[in-house]
Ligand binder design. Structure first.
Ligand SMILES: Cc1cc2nc3c(=O)[nH]c(=O)nc-3n(C[C@H](O)[C@H](O)[C@H](O)COP(=O)(O)OP(=O)(O)OC[C@H]3O[C@@H](n4cnc5c(N)ncnc54)[C@H](O)[C@@H]3O)c2cc1C
Length: 458
C-alpha cells in the first residue's frame, strides 16, 4: 500500500494507513521524563489529609472510637476540600510538584471526590457530644448551616463528578458545569463556619482546631483569589494581528500590547476575547516558539460553541486577554532518540517545539503527524523549516483518506531508529495512542518512555 507524502526530512516511506477517530485529545504535560517530582504533589496532598484524620482521631479518642472516627473523617474532608480550592487557584509554584497544570487538576478532582466520600461518612457517624458540651446558640446555628451546606456541596460535587454521564454518553455543557463549580468556595466557607463554631467539648488539645482553621481560611482565600482577583491579575493584553482560517482550524496570531509574556515551547495559555463575544477563557497550546517581538500563534480547531464562533467573531485589531503560561512539557528533558506522534490539532505543541529547534539540539527526532486529509495538516511549513535547519529532525504527514490507517508497524517503519530505544511523546486522540501502544507492545517495540496527557482537565 502506498504511503504518504513524507515531509522534507522523512527517511522512510510508510506502508500503513492512518485514521483519526474522533475522540478526546491527549497532550503531554510532564516536567522531565521519569522525574520522581511529579508524584511529590499527589503524595503531599494525600499525606496532609491522612495527617489531619489521624490527628482528629487521636484528639477525640477519649470520647470513644465512634466519635473519634466521625471527627477524623470530618477533619480529612475539610482539609481535602481546602486543598481542592487551593489547587483550583492554579498556583504556579506548585506546578512542578504535580508535573503540570493538568495533573494538578486531576489531583484537584480526586481531592474533591475524597472530600465527598469523607463528608458522607462524617454525616453518617456525626459525633454526638451533647452530654459533654455546653450547647450555645452559635453552636446550634453552626450545626444547622453545616448540614445545609453539606447537602448543597454534596450535590455540586456529584454534578462535577458525573459531568459526563457514564454509559449514556451525555455531557453537562461546560459553561453550566463551570457556573455550578463557582459556588463550591461559598459553600466551603459555610462548612468552615460550621467547624469553627460547632459545639465541641472544652479542654481538648487545640492543635486540630488550629490546623483545620488554617486550612479552612487558606481554602476560602484561594477561592476568593480564583474568582475575584486572579482574572485581572494574571491576564496580559494582546492585539489580534491576523486570523487565518484553514478548514475547521484557525490560525490566530497575537502581538503583545504591553509587557511580553515569556513561555517555553510546548506550554499553553488561557485565552479570552470579550470584544469578540468570547469572554470565557479557554486553554490553547502556544503553537510557536518565543519570538523577539513577543508575538505568538494559536491553532484553534472548531470543536464546540466557543471555538466555532471564533473564526467569524475575531478580527485583526481586536483585544485579547491571555493568561499563562502553564504546562511543563519539554522535549529537551527527554532522551537522545525521540518519536513525536501527533493526531489532528494535537500537532500544536510539536509545531512550537519544531520552531524552537536549532542545529544545537542533538536529539534524533522523528515526528509522525496523522490527519484525515493532506489539506487538514497545519504548521507544515514550520516542520519543513525545522527539518532543513536540523538534520537530526525528520517528519512525516500521514493522511488517512489518502494513505490509510496508521498502525504501530507503520510507525516503526517510519522511524529512523528502533522505537524500543526511543521516548514517545504523544498528543492526539486517545484512541490513536491506545492502538499504537498496544501494537508496539505486540511487536516488542514498546518505547522506553511514553509521555501523554489528556487534552482536557478531567
Ligand atoms: C492544555 C490544553 C491545550 C489545548 N490546546 C489546544 C490547541 O492548541 N488547539 C485546539 O484547537 N484546542 C486545544 N485544546 C482544546 C480546547 O481548549 C477545547 O477544544 C476548547 O476549549 C473547546 O471549547 P468549546 O466551547 O468550543 O467546546 P465545548 O464543546 O464547549 O467543549 C469541548 C470540551 O472542551 C473543554 N472545555 C470547554 N471549555 C473549556 C474551558 N473554558 N476551559 C477548559 N476546558 C474547556 C471541555 O472538556 C469540554 O468538554 C487544549 C485543551 C487543553 C486542556
Amino acid at each position: 500500500m502506498t504511503i504518504t507524502a513524507a515531509g522534507i526530512g522523512a527517511r522512510r516511506a510508510m506502508t500503513e494507513r492512518a485514521t483519526l477517530a474522533p475522540g478526546r485529545l491527549s497532550i503531554p504535560r510532564v516536567p522531565a521524563l521519569g522525574s520522581p517530582l511529579i508524584w511529590a504533589g499527589p503524595a503531599l496532598v494525600a499525606l496532609i489529609c491522612c495527617g489531619a484524620a489521624v490527628l482528629g482521631y487521636i484528639t477525640y479518642a477519649p470520647y470513644g472510637s465512634e466519635a473519634a472516627f466521625g471527627i477524623a473523617v470530618g477533619a480529612g474532608a475539610v482539609v481535602a476540600m481546602a486543598q481542592t480550592l487551593i489547587l483550583a487557584s492554579r498556583p504556579r509554584l506548585l506546578e512542578p510538584l504535580f508535573g503540570g497544570l493538568d495533573r494538578m487538576y486531576r489531583a484537584h478532582k480526586w481531592l474533591g471526590i475524597s472530600a465527598l466520600v469523607l463528608m458522607i461518612l462524617h454525616s453518617q457517624i456525626e459525633p454526638d457530644f451533647e452530654r459533654v458540651v455546653r450547647e450555645t446558640d452559635l453552636g446550634e446555628l453552626a450545626s444547622e448551616v453545616g448540614e445545609l451546606a453539606f447537602n448543597a456541596l454534596l450535590a455540586l460535587i456529584a454534578v462535577s463528578w458525573f459531568r459526563r454521564l457514564p454509559f449514556v454518553g451525555l455531557e453537562i455543557p461546560y459553561q453550566i458545569w463551570r457556573f455550578s463549580h463557582q459556588f463550591m468556595g461559598l459553600l466551603f466557607a459555610v462548612i468552615v463556619f460550621h467547624q469553627f463554631f460547632v459545639d465541641l467539648p472544652t479542654g481538648v488539645d487545640p492543635s486540630l482546631s488550629l490546623l483545620l482553621n488554617g486550612f479552612g481560611l487558606a481554602g476560602v482565600v484561594a477561592w476568593l483569589h480564583t474568582e475575584f482577583l486572579a482574572p485581572s491579575l494574571r491576564r496580559r493584553e494582546f492585539t489580534v494581528s491576523a486570523v487565518t482560517p484553514h478548514g475547521d482550524t484557525t490560525l490566530v496570531t497575537l502581538a503583545p500590547k504591553g509587557r511580553a509574556m515569556r513561555w517555553r515551547p510546548g506550554q499553553f495559555a488561557f485565552v479570552r476575547a470579550s470584544e469578540a463575544g468570547l469572554s470565557e477563557p479557554h486553554p490553547f497550546t502556544i503553537a510557536s516558539a518565543p519570538r523577539a517581538d513577543g508575538s505568538l500563534s494559536l491553532w484553534v480547531r472548531a470543536r464546540g460553541d466557543w471555538t466555532r464562533r471564533l473564526p467569524g467573531a475575531l478580527r485583526a485589531g481586536m483585544g485579547v486577554q491571555v493568561e499563562g503560561p502553564y504546562g511543563r512539557f519539554n522535549f529537551r528533558k527527554g532522551g537522545a532518540r525521540q518519536v513525536w506522534l501527533a493526531g489532528g490539532v494535537g500537532i500544536t505543541p510539536f509545531v512550537a517545539w519544531a520552531e524552537s529547534l536549532t542545529a544545537a539540539d542533538r536529539q534524533g527526532i522523528h515526528l509522525v503527524y496523522a490527519v484525515r486529509t493532506p489539506e487538514e495538516a497545519v504548521g507544515v511549513e514550520t516542520l519543513a523549516a525545522a527539518a532543513a535547519r536540523n538534520p537530526r529532525f525528520s517528519y512525516q504527514v500521514v493522511a488517512s483518506a489518502r494513505d490509510g490507517r496508521l498502525t504501530a508497524e507503520g510507525l516503526t517503519q517510519s522511524a529512523p531508529f528502533p522505537l524500543r530505544e526511543a521516548d514517545l511523546w504523544f498528543c492526539g486522540p486517545a484512541g490513536l495512542k491506545d492502538g499504537i501502544l498496544a501494537g508496539l507492545k505486540a511487536q516488542g517495540q514498546s518505547p522506553r518512555r511514553v509521555r501523554f496527557e489528556h487534552f482536557e482537565f478531567a
